[in-house]
Ligand binder design. Structure first.
Ligand code: ADP
Ligand code: MG
Length: 459
C-alpha cells in the first residue's frame, strides 16, 4: 500500500514534466515493486523490455530525483520487466529477463495498454459515477447520457472539445464503459486514441493488412476516438478515417470524438472531415469553477478512501485553477505526505506543494527556447543551426527546429524562415512537410521529437 502511494506520487510529478504520449507509453504501467530499506534500493517494474531500456536510459534521473525528494532513504533505482499481464493485479514479478531486443515491426508500435478491456479497449477506471458534473461540462455530460439511452440515434457524431486535463478522456471512456455495461456486449464499443489509429493504419499499409484493420474498425456499434487533433495533416490516415467514419455513420453507428480544440481550429484537417464533425453535436468542456473543483477533490478523496480536512481541500480548489489533472496531482502529493511520511499537512505545506507542482507546466515557450533546445539536444552550437551552411549534420536538426516552431508555436512560415537564418518561407514549408510525413514512418525521428518537445516544455 505504501509503495503504491509513493509511486503514484512520483508518477504524478513526472507526468507534469514529460510529454503526455511519453508518459503513457513508457510510465503509465510501471510499478514500484520492492524497496530495500537497508540498502536504499528500489525496484521498478515495467511491462516489457523495450519500456525498461527506454525508461532506464531516459528517465532514470527524473525518477531517482523524485524518489529521493519524497524519501531520503532511497539511494539506487533498479529496473525489471514484470510479466505482461501482472500490472494492476496482485504483483507477479518475473525475474529480470534477458529478452532479446525487440526487432519486429509490431514491437515498434506503442505498448498496448495493459489494464484495458481487450475487447472494448476501455479502461474500467473511468466511470460516470466518479465524473463530477458542473457548469463547465454540463452540455457534454447531458449529451453522453442521451447517447447511452439511445445509441446512434441522437447526437451523431458527438464532438467534445476542451483543453488538456479537463476530463475529456474520462468522460468518453466512462461513456463507453456505461454503454458496454448497459447493453451487455450486444452493442459493441471500441475506444481508440487517434495516435493508435494512425499507427494501426500505417502498420496495416506497410504489412498489407488493410482489410483486417478496416474490419476491426467497422465491426463496431460505437467508435470512440480520443484526441482526434493528431490526425490532421496525415493524408493516408485521414482518408482512412474518413471512410471508416462514413461507413459507420451510414449504418447509424455511434461515433464519439474528443479533441483539444474545435474542429475548425485543427489547421491541417481536411475540409470534408471537418464538416462531418461539425454536422453532429459539438459540446465543449471548460475550466471547472471553484465549487466544481472542490466537488472533484471531494470525489477523489472518497475514491481513495482517505480523510483530508475541508480547509485543505478548499485551499487547493482555490489555488489550482487551470486543469483537473493538476488538481489531482496536487491532491495525490498531499495524501502521500500525510500518509506515507506521517504527520499533519498544514496550509503552508499545501502552498509549497502547489507552487512546486503547478509551475512546471505553466510555461510560456518562445521561439528561442525551441531553437536552444534543439541545438542542445543535438549538441551543436545555436549559430550552426541558424547559419546558412548546409553541412549534413545540421540539416535534420534545422528541419526539426522549423517543424517544432510550426507545430508547437504555430508561427507563420515566413517568420520561421526569418528566425532560422533569413531563409525563404518555402524552405520552412518544405521542412515542416518533410518532417510531418516522416514522423509516421520513422520511430526514431518520432522519439527524438517527443524528447525535444518534452525538454522544451520543461525548460
Ligand atoms: P483530458 O482527456 O481532457 O486531457 P482527462 O480525462 O485525462 O483529461 O482528465 C484528467 C484527470 O482529471 C483524470 O484523472 C480525470 O479522472 C480527472 N477529471 C477531469 N474532470 C473530472 C470530473 N469532472 N470529475 C472527476 N474527475 C475529473
Ligand atoms: Mg485525454
Amino acid at each position: 500500500m505504501e509503495l503504491k502511494d509513493l509511486w503514484k506520487t512520483v508518477l504524478g510529478e513526472i507526468e507534469l514534466q514529460i510529454s503526455r504520449p511519453n508518459f503513457i507509453t513508457w510510465l503509465k504501467y510501471s510499478e514500484l515493486l520492492e524497496k530495500n530499506d537497508r540498502e536504499g534500493v528500489v525496484l521498478v517494474g515495467l511491462p516489457n523490455n523495450f519500456a525498461k531500456e527506454w525508461v532506464k536510459n531516459r528517465y532514470h534521473k527524473l525518477i531517482l530525483g523524485s524518489l529521493r525528494g519524497l524519501d531520503g532513504s532511497v539511494k539506487h533505482v533498479e529496473y525489471t520487466v514484470t510479466s505482461t499481464r501482472a500490472v494492476g493485479m496482485p504483483s507477479v514479478v518475473a525475474r529480470p529477463t534477458n529478452t532479446a531486443p525487440l526487432t519486429d515491426e509490431k514491437s515498434q508500435l506503442p505498448i498496448t495498454e495493459l489494464k484495458v478491456d481487450p475487447v472494448t479497449n476501455l479502461n474500467p477506471r473511468y466511470t460516470l459515477d466518479t465524473f463530477v458534473v458542473g457548469s463547465s461540462n454540463e452540455l457534454a455530460s447531458a449529451a453522453v447520457h442521451a447517447i447511452i439511452k439511445d445509441v446512434g440515434k441522437k447526437y451523431n457524431p458527438l464532438f467534445i472539445y476542451g483543453g488538456v486535463g479537463l476530463g475529456k478522456t474520462h468522460l468518453i471512456q466512462a461513456t463507453g464503459n456505461a454503454i458496454h455495461a448497459k447493453y451487455r456486449g450486444r452493442v459493441r464499443v471500441f475506444y481508440v486514441t487517434s495516435e493508435k489509429f494512425i499507427n494501426d493504419v500505417v502498420w496495416a499499409v506497410r504489412n498489407r493488412r488493410m482489410e483486417d484493420t478496416k474490419k476491426r474498425y467497422r465491426d463496431v456499434d460505437v467508435l470512440i476516438i480520443d484526441d482526434i487533433q493528431f490526425i490532421g495533416g496525415k493524408p493516408t490516415t485521414e482518408l482512412e478515417f474518413f471512410y471508416t467514419f462514413n461507413a459507420l455513420y451510414e449504418h447509424n453507428k455511434q461515433i464519439i470524438i474528443s479533441s483539444d480544440r474545435p474542429a475548425a481550429a485543427i489547421p491541417t484537417l481536411e475540409e470534408r472531415l471537418r464538416s462531418r464533425f461539425e454536422g453532429g453535436m459539438t459540446a465543449d468542456i471548460s475550466f471547472p469553477d471553484y465549487e466544481m473543483r472542490l466537488a472533484i477533490l471531494k470525489a477523489k478523496v472518497q475514491e481513495r478512501g482517505v480523510v483530508l480536512e475541508d480547509s485543505i481541500l478548499k485551499q487547493v480548489a482555490a489555488k489550482v485553477q487551470k486543469n483537473t489533472r493538476e488538481l489531482e496531482g496536487v491532491l495525490n502529493k498531499i495524501i502521500f505526505l500525510q500518509q506515507y511520511k506521517g504527520g499533519g499537512v498544514d496550509s503552508k505545506k499545501v502552498d509549497e506543494v502547489i507552487n512546486e507542482m503547478v509551475c512546471v507546466s505553466a510555461k510560456n515557450v518562445t521561439a528561442n527556447d525551441v531553437i536552444k533546445t534543439v541545438a542542445e539536444f543535438f549538441e551543436i552550437p545555436q549559430s550552426e543551426l541558424i547559419n546558412r551552411n548546409r553541412k549534413r549534420e545540421v540539416v535534420e536538426p534545422r528541419q526539426i527546429a522549423m517543424f517544432l516552431l510550426r507545430d508547437v508555436l504555430k508561427l507563420s512560415y515566413p517568420h520561421i524562415g526569418e528566425k532560422l537564418g533569413k531563409r525563404d518561407h518555402t524552405t520552412a514549408i518544405h521542412a515542416y512537410e518533410k518532417i510531418s510525413k516522416e514522423l509516421n514512418q520513422n520511430q526514431v525521428l518520432n522519439q527524438k521529437i517527443m524528447l525535444i518537445k518534452e525538454r522544451v516544455y520543461k525548460s
